[in-house]
Design a protein around this ligand. Structure first.
Ligand code: IMP
Ligand code: MG
Length: 182
């Protein structure tokens, strides 16, 4: 094992790799049936990068050939509490005007991130903006937004893995876990 500066956390599996794979396939089939032609998938970075990469391959298997772009938004900074303000750190390159957009994010929590991204796409003239999240934490909602497609309802705990991090660690885990205080 390589040496690191951090002691390892104890991690509890919340959603396993197999459960995630099953849900990703289910979502892709639902999205394929939603009639969104000329689809532009916009992955909200950074946390959604693993979910989005599995989802677009499941979409391919479901017969969808989307364009894929990325937007980097930040509301969390380095803390585990949301600052309440959403900033664009890197914008999409694609034309949004007249397009069907699927916003893909890791977690819908306060809803500020997804509401911001949705408003931005609508303001740019998107035809339809649908939202797809891996996890919904409905307990902390502050903005009026719901996911059109959601893999799991998530308990109100801080989760990591499958792209999600704490201080940029644990993104590589193939499952969604939470840190157990030891
Ligand atoms: P919202 O704007 O409060 O809905 O925040 C959603 C964003 O906060 C997600 O896209 C994540 O990037 C981040 N986030 C919220 N909860 C967690 C968590 O438990 N672990 C890691 N990131 C989280
Ligand atoms: Mg995010």
């Amino acid at each position: 094992m390589p040496k690191t500066d951090h002691p390892p956390h104890q991690i509890e599996v919340v959603f396993s790799a197999a459960q995630i794979a099953e849900q990703v396939d289910r979502l892709a089939r639902k999205i394929a049936g939603a009639g969104m032609d000329n689809l532009l998938v916009v992955a909200v970075l950074k946390g959604s990068f693993v979910f989005a990469s599995d989802l677009i391959r499941a979409l391919h298997a479901a017969g969808v050939s989307p364009e894929v772009d990325f937007i980097t938004l930040s509301s969390y900074r380095k803390s585990t509490k949301s600052s309440g303000q959403v900033e664009i750190l890197r914008d999409v390159d694609s034309q949004v005007q007249g397009r069907n957009i699927l916003l893909v994010d890791d977690i819908l929590e306060s809803g500020r991130t997804l509401a911001f991204a949705k408003d931005l796409m609508v303001a740019r003239g998107a035809k339809r903006v649908a939202t797809c999240v891996l996890l919904d934490k409905p307990g902390q909602r502050a903005a009026e937004v719901e996911a059109d497609f959601c893999a799991f309802k998530c308990p109100d705990v801080f989760v990591i893995g499958y792209g999600m991090d704490i201080g940029h660690r644990y993104r590589e885990l193939p499952f969604v876990g939470n840190l157990v205080r030891g």
